[in-house]
Design a protein around this ligand. Structure first.
Ligand SMILES: [Fe+2]
Length: 228
């Protein structure tokens, strides 16, 4: 697969993050997600995470320049919270599609069946995980490049309860701002309806790129050449 079509590596400077546009109109996901919910969620909530991430990065530039780290604990927390919020929302918009798709593509299906046993078992665990996230958070399917398999995790807020190194390939936002206008407190109804929107070709692309990551737990014997 040629990754050039998907992603051109470049380093984003401190404070240089921006809100990615929605890949469809605000009303495209109705009736599962209303236009009103999508507009507020993307334009206000996601924007606030981008702003918060930029601010944290710039405050840390300032701290380094001044050699003043009195607020380091605060800005490191902001960096994790807003940075993770920006990452997960950016993925969330793209793993949904107005058209809906019939099911996982070839490699995604192979990995799901290989690790979870069946699509039904995977879906059941994902739904239960999403419904039972305490307070605000996410259900997240990751590719773990150290162990070379998928896993279902949950995140409280955006950043808590991860496995380090896991690469998110499919995410479901279960903060109340994602569903409350449409479903009130019926999170389970939102989670189950959300499956109609999954953009499986996008998940497949994310999986194939994630599977290229080489992040073994121990690298000392792998003969990796370094220049230092
Ligand atoms: Fe959200």
């Amino acid at each position: 697969m040629n990754t050039q079509n998907y992603w051109a590596p470049r380093s984003i400077p401190p404070g240089g993050h921006s809100l990615p546009p929605l890949p469809y109109p605000y009303n495209a996901l109705e009736p599962v997600i209303s236009s009103n919910t999508l507009r507020i969620h993307h334009d206000r909530h996601h924007q606030s995470y981008v702003d918060g991430l930029n601010k944290a990065e710039l405050k840390l530039v300032e701290a380094r320049q001044k050699g003043d780290f009195a607020l380091i604990k605060h800005w490191e927390r902001e960096l994790a919270f807003h940075g993770s919020g920006h990452i997960l929302h950016s993925i969330y918009w793209t793993v949904m599609t107005p058209q809906g798709t019939s099911g996982p593509c070839t490699e995604t299906r192979r990995q799901i069946n290989g690790y979870f046993g069946s699509m039904d078992a995977f879906q059941q665990q994902f739904i239960e995980a999403a419904i039972n996230v305490e307070a605000s958070g996410w259900a997240v399917v990751i590719w773990n490049p150290s162990w070379n398999h998928l896993e279902i995790l949950t995140a409280e807020k955006h950043q808590n309860l991860t496995q380090w190194g896991g690469i998110p390939i499919m995410v479901l936002d279960v903060w109340e701002h994602a569903y409350y206008l449409d479903y009130q407190n019926r999170r389970a109804d939102y989670v189950k309806a959300w499956w109609q929107l999954v953009n499986w070709p996008e998940v497949e692309k994310r999986l194939l790129l994630a599977m290229r990551a080489q992040v073994p737990l121990v690298i000392s014997n792998l003969g990796v050449a370094v220049d230092c």
